[in-house]
Design a protein around this ligand. Structure first.
Ligand code: ADP
Length: 163
């Protein structure tokens, strides 16, 4: 069985991500959630906060680990002795970017395989950016994120209001 990395921003982790992680944990020897550190992209939560949230909601999955990585994902793949980069593919709009990344990663390391999983139907339209927006506008996000993430989101938005 192969070892997989699931890289992304996870700002914050959603039930859509967790759906992929839970299903992947049954298919791969191990799944590492890799919070990609991207200095050029502003985020609502720090890398440490994003790692904490991911850990909290995958505690029951023994072959899932959470880490962060600044740099090329193919280097992380090698250092974790993994073979597969796992990504979720929601809609056609995801395809072009994913296609480009998979080919670039393959060019950087020919042994790197990118595999895609489609989310369960009910999560197809879910994205961290939509959740942040929905929460900021006062919408109900409880069916889209785990309870711990919902609390942190509400707290963060309150902090922002008060500052
Ligand atoms: P990135 O900024 O790298 O796209 P994200 O944290 O938004 O990072 O997503 C990480 C991965 O999870 C991506 O492959 C993305 O397509 C996938 N993903 C995000 N939301 C969902 C969802 N609702 N269902 C399935 N896959 C998802």
């Amino acid at each position: 069985m192969a070892r997989a990395l699931y890289p992304g921003t996870f700002d914050p982790i959603t039930n859509g991500h967790l759906d992929i992680i839970r299903r992947a944990a049954q298919l791969f020897e191990s799944v590492d959630i890799v919070i990609a550190v991207n200095m050029r992209k502003a985020s609502l939560f720090s890398v440490e906060e994003r790692m904490d949230m991911a850990r909290e909601c995958t505690r029951d999955l023994p072959n899932v680990a959470v880490l962060s990585h600044a740099g090329l994902m193919v280097d992380c793949l090698r250092s974790r002795n993994a073979q597969v980069l796992l990504r979720g593919l929601r809609a056609v709009s995801d395809f072009e970017y994913e296609f480009q990344m998979a080919l670039m990663n393959k060019k950087l390391d020919p042994s790197c395989e990118t595999m895609y999983m489609m989310p369960s139907e009910k999560y197809t339209y879910l994205a961290s950016s939509v959740i942040r927006e929905l929460a900021a506008l006062g919408g109900n996000i409880s069916e889209f994120v785990p309870p711990g993430v919902e609390t942190r989101l509400r707290d963060r938005l309150k902090e922002a209001e008060n500052s």
